[in-house]
Design a protein around this ligand. Sequence first.
Ligand SMILES: NC(=O)C1=CN([C@@H]2O[C@H](COP(=O)(O)OP(=O)(O)OC[C@H]3O[C@@H](n4cnc5c(N)ncnc54)[C@H](O)[C@@H]3O)[C@@H](O)[C@H]2O)C=CC1
Ligand SMILES: N[C@@H](CC=O)C(=O)O
Ligand code: NA
Length: 431
Amino acid sequence: MPHRPLRLALLGCGTVGSEVVRQLRARHDDLAARIGAPLELAGIAVRRPELRRDVDVDPTLFTTDAAGLVGREDLDIVVEVMGGVEPARSLLLTAMSRGASVVTANKALLAEDGATIYEAADIYGVDVYFEAAVAGGIPLIRPLRESLAGDTVQRILGIVNGTTNYILTRMDEEGVTFADALAEATELGYAEADPSADLDGLDAAAKAAILASLAFHTRVTIGDVHREGIAGLSAAAVSAARDMGYVVKLLAICERTARGIGVRVHPAMIPRTHPLAGVRDAYNAVFVECDAAGQLMFYGRGAGGPPTASAVLGDIVAVGRNRVRGGIGTGESAYADLDVRPIGETITRYHVNLDVADRAGVLAQVATVFARHNVSIQTVRQIGRGDDAQLAVMTHTAPDAALAATVDDLRDLDVVRAVASVLRVEGEEGA
Ligand SMILES: NC(=O)C1=CN([C@@H]2O[C@H](COP(=O)(O)OP(=O)(O)OC[C@H]3O[C@@H](n4cnc5c(N)ncnc54)[C@H](O)[C@@H]3O)[C@@H](O)[C@H]2O)C=CC1
Ligand SMILES: N[C@@H](CC=O)C(=O)O
Ligand code: NA
């Protein structure tokens, strides 16, 4: 006997939402066959129903009463693509309390207060799926949640923000200024409405928190993530890295450490030969390093309407199948409850560019500061002469706290006119 149609409500109809509607319509019959029941759009919550959209929608589906829509008793799936913590959180909680499963692309909400959402799903016996929340169309959540559930993840290293990767690519390859590259990214529709979420690393930190939670079976929130954005990065630092055979990328790194886990987002230099160095423009790529599976790489479009909607539709099919067959999929797994350790305990390397006085004895003074903090120098070279003299120092690995204290003390040296740039160096051994 054919299954009754599954009723679906959409919250938000912007870049992702309108593409979800378009793809739902374009693949209606295939989706019905894959799920075992047709999907029926019951309503779309929007702010301005009169707005012209890229997709044809029956205007009677639009409502400005999102709370009324999710309060209905007859919904099977609520798809949230409006973004932001509130009212998205309250709307999803209401939807779940009425028995609907939830599909969301909202990394900000999940990284801020995923616990409330997962607990509600548990209480009401419904699904929460969120493949689109990290790295858009790239399947990454499901591999971590399901395919790798039998393995032990040691480390995740990736580029998870398309906007900043676009900016850094343009600065590195064409010498475009930061401001011009940002304007281009905005024009191309990669940047958030408020691009500071991209530039300050907030978007990447939310994604890192979600990835770390899944990989380490531990509740990690955005507040646990050490975060540095790219706003302070100079064109000079990017071009100095290029001259040395490195490229600067905004990285998200989640790793097991001696005493727990570390989760961080910051710009870093990686060797030009590293696979992540070739990830250009708004593309994302994520390495996952496991005990048994070894190194895995996930690559593709991390932003934009069509790829993100592809991830949303995949979740709709998964949730729909659970509805048709009965039962629910994987829920939150936070049993390991590992400690999120401070950035100071991270073992890493620094590359430091110093504007220095060009006279005898300067190198010795600089080297003494590194030695005082037990930071070993791998290479040091002088660039320029006289007023343009710079020392470029590459360290060996050391605790981040020791490296940071070294840089603080270097600033106090009379012979150091300025600390021109400080960048961590990643990806030299393996991924
Ligand atoms: N655009 C992208 O490339 C990606 C977006 N996402 C996530 O998907 C979600 C949606 O993103 P976009 O579609 O790009 O944003 P958008 O700004 O284009 O669309 C959001 C829509 O929701 C509507 N909305 C917001 N609050 C509302 C409310 N209270 N009631 C009714 N409508 C409301 C807005 O008017 C807007 O039309 C966000 O959580 C975002 O972080 C995730 C991956 C990639
Ligand atoms: N602004 C984000 C969109 C997707 O998450 C990005 O640039 O990656
Ligand atoms: Na994804």
